[in-house]
Design a protein around this ligand. Structure first.
Ligand SMILES: NC(=O)c1ccc[n+]([C@@H]2O[C@H](COP(=O)([O-])OP(=O)(O)OC[C@H]3O[C@@H](n4cnc5c(N)ncnc54)[C@H](O)[C@@H]3O)[C@@H](O)[C@H]2O)c1
Length: 425
């Protein structure tokens, strides 16, 4: 660990800062809503002196969130939410150009990742911005005495909210947390259009394969799965969906996709993408059925959707064919299975994550959630909360305004009509 401008940090190479700064400013052009929030924060200082830890993918978009929080007066520390998603130039620039302590290195070991989480908690945060709930879980498990210092936390992703709800049921969630993912201006856009586009971007950057005419299997037809399926079809892939939820499955059927169990899809897929937030959705039995050369990746939060332990047990040591591309040869059949990005979020491992335009709304939600927690300090009950719906509408309106798109408003006659029951056939 080193220090520059009296800021502690652990990044790959501080010399990468110049390139990082340019890329952060490039992303900012696509983030008008967050910019407006940053400008207001700079005037009003709603987070003055708030000690904050943000655990996020350290990308150009997150850097712009950090700038907004800093403008609002927060003392923010940033750590990576995934060992493979850090953009090292961005981490360097945040330290060097904005004086923000960052602990994140692309490719860091799980041990380093966990050390960074603990170093961040040593700062005694009042607010935690989490992505996957690792920081909150560590705080509860290891730093019980620090929990009372917390004003609250926010959670970025589906998997993290699932964990927070489990903590709530277990009675260990003793502070308020805002489910940012559940805002409509987050998951409708980020999970669907962001993951949809960037997952394919990751697959293509890693492999340079043509998607047209290939059988692409999407495991899980939630918000992310819908986006991946939609965009893959747009590029000419024959999309197959697997699900465990009857409603999602029938939705996929009516959206025009083939739906079948994974055991069946395993034998015909050319490319597999998991987006379930669940464990071992592609298991040893499924790997055993796959065609020679099948490509498998994950875009769900944790690296446990693919049972890589089972695959390693069935195959010889993998050969790295290109960055983020490892080929396993199954001993029994001689067939080759290609795993991308070590089974970690492929859009962040091999590409750059979601485009800035979509993260603009997600991170507007994050910034406003932090402000909401600080403003309502001591007033919110422990547990998982949503941001008030008017904040969602405000973010959507600002985004439309930034895009130069105006919409209609209800006339007095229409308001009267939709609020009365008297007029019928
Ligand atoms: N790659 C990214 O940048 C990114 C962005 C947002 C969310 N995520 C992560 O992606 C995952 C999915 O998020 P989401 O918002 O789409 O969640 P979601 O809850 O909307 O969808 C998940 C779907 O997976 C299905 N599923 C569960 N187990 C399954 C199984 N064994 N086989 C087939 N389907 C199964 C569920 O029925 C559900 O429809 C989460 O881990 C989330 O944190 C990743």
């Amino acid at each position: 660990m080193s220090a520059t401008r009296s800021v502690e940090f652990d990044v790959k190479d501080i010399g990468l800062a110049k390139q990082g700064k340019q890329r952060i400013e490039w992303a900012e052009r696509e983030m008008p809503v967050l910019r407006l929030i940053r400008e207001r924060f700079a005037e009003e200082k709603p987070l003055n002196g708030t000690k904050l830890v943000a655990c996020a993918h350290i990308t150009t978009e997150t850097a712009n969130l950090a700038r907004a929080l800093q403008a609002g007066g927060a003392e923010a520390i940033l750590i990576a939410s995934n060992p493979l998603s850090t953009q090292d130039d961005v981490a360097a620039s945040l330290v060097s150009d904005w004086g923000i302590p960052v602990y994140a290195i692309k490719g860091e070991s799980t041990e380093t990742y966990n050390r960074h989480v603990r170093t961040a908690l040593d700062s005694h945060p009042e607010i935690i911005i989490d992505d996957g709930s690792d920081v909150v879980a560590t705080l509860i498990k290891e730093r019980g005495d620090q929990v009372k210092e917390l004003v609250g936390s926010t959670e970025e992703t589906t998997t993290g909210i699932q964990r927070l709800k489990a903590m709530e049921i277990a009675g260990v969630l003793t502070f308020p947390t805002i489910a940012v993912n559940d805002a409509q201006t987050k998951h409708f856009f980020d999970n669907r259009y962001g993951t949809g586009q960037s997952t394919l971007d990751g697959i293509i950057r890693a492999t340079n394969i043509l998607l047209a005419g290939r059988n692409l299997v999407v495991v899980g037809y939630g918000w992310c799965g819908k986006g991946v399926a939609l965009r893959a079809r747009g590029m000419g892939a024959n999309v197959i969906v697997t699900e465990i939820d009857a409603i999602k499955a029938i939705e996929a059927v009516m959206d025009g996709f083939r739906v079948m169990p994974i055991a069946e899809a395993a034998a015909i897929g050319d490319i597999f993408v998991t987006v379930t937030g669940n464990r071992h959705v592609i298991d040893g039995d499924h790997f055993a059925r796959m065609k020679d050369g099948a490509i498998v990746c994950n875009s769900g939060h944790f690296d446990l959707e693919l049972n890589l332990v089972a695959l390693r047990g069935m195959a010889a040591d993998p050969v790295t064919m290109r960055p983020f591309v490892e080929e396993y040869k199954v001993k029994a059949s001689g067939r080759r299975i290609v795993v991308l990005g070590e089974g970690r979020l492929i859009n962040l491992a091999a590409a750059e994550g979601h485009p800035a335009s979509v993260m603009d709304m997600s991170f507007a939600n994050q910034a406003l959630s932090v402000e909401y927690l600080v403003k309502n300090k001591g007033k919110l009950a422990p547990g998982v909360h949503l941001l008030p719906p008017e904040v969602d509408t405000e973010i959507a309106s600002l985004k439309l305004q930034a895009l130069g798109i105006s919409i209609d408003t209800l006339t007095a006659e229409q308001i009267e009509y939709i609020s009365s029951w008297e007029t019928g056939t």
